[in-house]
Design a protein around this ligand. Sequence first.
Ligand code: 3PY
Ligand code: MG
Length: 258
Amino acid sequence: MTSPVQALAHALAAGKPIFTAWCGLAEPAIPGYLARETGIDAVVLDMQHGVIDFLTATRAIPLVAAAGKPCIPRIPVGEFATASRLLDAGAAGIIAPMINTVEDAGRFAAFAKFPPQGERSWGPHPALTLSGLQSAEYFRTANSFLRTFAMIETREALDRVDDILAVDGIDAIFIGPSDLSIGLSRGAALDPNGAEVNSAIDHALARAKAAGKIAGIYAPSGERAADFARRGYPFISVGSDLAFLRAGAAAMMQGARA
Ligand code: 3PY
Ligand code: MG
């Protein structure tokens, strides 16, 4: 059986869209519970805009793994050393925000991939436990199953998407529609569902496919996630733990007061 640490690569290879929960609250049990919900294939831990710190993330990863699902943290901007530490803790992939240059992408890949491809330092002790692999096998195979997602969410990044996709050790791009809308409008608007963003979303997916790499994207709602799946995106993060909580509370209280 595939371990949760390797399951992301297997699921992406299978070609069906992967839908992930998106967690930002500072409670590791929440991703652990959500991982057990039908329809949730994996869980993203948002350490950029969520309030999840490193300790919370390292506690969430084995809880999500206990449900048999992969965990993919989003690191804070530029904190590439944290990517290595989260992979050591058993993350199946890493999303790095605001990758705007080939240099950013190269630094991210260097921290996420072992030599000779990158410069990741050895010490994946929890990852060995969660993957069930022996050290030598993990070292030999980890670069091929851990997934690096470089976020494309600025005008600069979009202009250089082919160069970023070409960086050795970058396995995927991940679109941030909100920041992208701010960048494309030169700060004039937050419009993640607008026509300009939608055409950038289609363009980025086409470029990822042409490069033989994966494209992921963030969807604030189930409807938008379905739209991205129809457009052909293979990795889609949906909503957030707080959004799930608010939607559940609103629906239940509306029922109660009906
Ligand atoms: C964005 O839309 O900018 C994101 O980073 C997704 O959360
Ligand atoms: Mg963003």
